[in-house]
Write a protein that binds this ligand. Structure first.
Ligand SMILES: Nc1nc2c(ncn2[C@@H]2O[C@H](COP(=O)(O)OP(=O)(O)OP(=O)(O)O)[C@@H](O)[C@H]2O)c(=O)[nH]1
Length: 475
């Protein structure tokens, strides 16, 4: 019954144009592909066969792609030695799988004599037997996690209840947001003040203001909204910088409000799959760590997949985040097929009954065709396992890159069907205005913003707070 009350209604922002095309799949590989089996019934011994067939099919859909799949690479599963979220009853299930379920793990263990799977088996064996726990209490705890601020369940279920402590840092958060955006706002307000010193509002000043706002990355549409409103209120009259800031805050709030949405989780999926995409260095891995911290802190069971198989440091970094956040992780050797890794991670998440699976990906724009092929393949493979997966496709954007971020949304939206954004590095940049430009143009939900490198430096995106911080007004 755990979380069964959360109904599937997740649809917003989904770019259906980017979803895998059934016709293309039908044309792909002649070999029959097993339908995604019900997770609990999926015999683990056939996972490798299913995976290979599925990957072949996905690859056949794009024969030009070079996937760099070394022959000898098999994903390795690195659950934590002690999984704080694994109830004893589940531990028992894992420790005593059906006979078929043993094979893939045994394969991995055989290829890798020191494979962590064995350590895990030992760790699970060390768990107290199920009877020693209070199953009713455990079920209750697992059944009613309160989602952290910035997330929402796709129903009116009690998980909507806010985490109490999420309310309390409101003031300090706003303070931090203002500090983070201080460079953006002080640059803007300095320019605005000098523009309006001893000048009545006329066509020239309006044009200068429009140029200034466009240069600040707010976008033409928002710049015009601001100048039109200002003209309607003050044309021919004296204008102060404070007048402009007030109107700016109000107009930017109107642009941002429709995109400031919580990240909806449909926990009836088990796992709800979040695919994280974005150019290298935009903060994917760090953001995954921060999200995992929020989710596991709220009592959800999180599995990470180290799908950026092109950078050893990225795999290592995600392992560290997994450890820090009490999440499980499936990772592979460098150069492994990312779609294969995603497959394994999904199956593991099913077996482990994870609530959320977060898949990291590479973001090498240097080879766009290859990147596209890889991402498409990951999306296609996940979609075979669960027709609605990935349920969320998050793109991270680095605020410091300004207009580049705008182009990046264009690219990844088409390739991976991005459903929502997280803008990182808003601390200390003078280019925070780009978020407004992107919101106006792409109208994709913005779930969170990153304001630092720390585990807690990810905050739900609030339109009014952000607009006031950029405009330099408000408490
Ligand atoms: N100041 C600041 N730094 C951040 C933020 N988010 C991430 N970073 C830093 O940005 C750098 C790149 O972050 P990663 O998480 O490695 O980015 P990535 O997209 O995974 O990059 P690759 O691993 O190269 O694919 C790291 O040094 C992070 O600590 C943020 O919100 N603010």
């Amino acid at each position: 019954m755990a979380l069964g009350f959360i109904k599937k209604i997740f649809t917003f922002g989904k770019d259906t144009a980017a979803e895998p095309k059934p016709e293309a799949e039908a044309q792909a590989a002649g070999a029959p592909v097993a339908e995604p089996a019900a997770p609990a019934e999926t015999p683990a011994a056939t996972l490798s066969d299913d995976r290979d067939a599925l990957l072949d099919e996905a690859e056949a859909a794009n024969p030009e792609a070079d996937y760099h799949i070394p022959e000898d690479v098999e994903p390795e599963i690195y659950p934590l030695p002690h999984d704080p979220h694994l109830p004893a009853a589940e531990a028992e299930t894992v420790a005593e799988p059906e006979p078929e379920a043993v094979e893939p793990e045994a394969e991995i263990a055989a290829e890798e004599p020191e494979a962590p799977v064995e350590e895990v088996a030992e760790a699970i064996d060390d768990e107290p037997p199920a009877e020693a726990e209070d199953p009713v209490l455990e079920e209750a705890v697992r059944a009613e996690p309160a989602l952290p601020k910035g997330f929402a369940a796709t129903s009116d279920a009690p998980v909507e209840a806010a985490v109490p402590e999420a309310v309390q840092p409101k003031r300090s958060w706003f303070q931090r947001l203002r500090e983070g955006l201080a460079r953006t706002s002080s640059q803007l307000s300095g320019q605005i003040t000098s523009l309006f010193t001893k000048r009545k509002l006329d066509d020239d000043t309006l044009q200068d203001l429009e140029d200034l706002l466009i240069q600040a990355d707010l976008g033409v549409e928002t710049a015009l909204r601001i100048t039109d409103t200002l003209a309607a209120e003050r044309y021919g009259k004296d204008v102060t910088g404070a007048d402009v800031s007030r109107i700016m805050a109000s107009e930017i709030t109107k642009v941002l409000s429709p995109v400031a949405k919580p990240l909806e989780l449909d926990l009836s999926h088990k796992p709800h799959v979040i695919l994280v995409v974005g150019v290298n260095g935009t903060g994917k891995t760090t953001t995954i760590g921060k999200l995992a911290a929020k989710l596991s802190g709220a009592g959800l069971k999180v599995m990470l997949a180290a799908g950026d198989t092109f950078r050893a440091a990225a795999i290592e970094q995600l392992n560290i985040w997994a450890e820090r956040t009490g999440s499980q992780i499936v990772s592979s050797k460098l150069g492994a097929d990312a779609a294969g890794l995603a497959y394994e991670a999904y199956e593991q998440a099913k077996l482990q009954k994870s609530d959320v699976l977060i898949v990291d990906t590479a973001g090498r724009l240097q080879n766009k065709a290859e990147l596209m092929a890889e991402l498409e393949k990951i999306v296609r493979v996940l979609g075979k396992l669960d027709p609605d997966a990935p349920h969320t496709v998050l793109q991270t954007l680095d605020a410091t890159t300004g207009q580049n971020a705008m182009n990046q949304v264009e690219i990844f939206r088409n390739v991976a069907g991005v459903t929502g954004l997280i803008m990182t590095k808003l601390d200390g940049t003078a280019r925070g205005g780009i978020l407004v430009g992107i919101a106006a143009k792409h109208k994709l939900p913005v779930y969170f913003i990153g304001v630092g490198e720390g585990i807690d430096d990810l905050e739900p995106f609030e339109a009014k707070d952000f607009a006031e911080a950029i405009a330099g007004v408000g408490a």
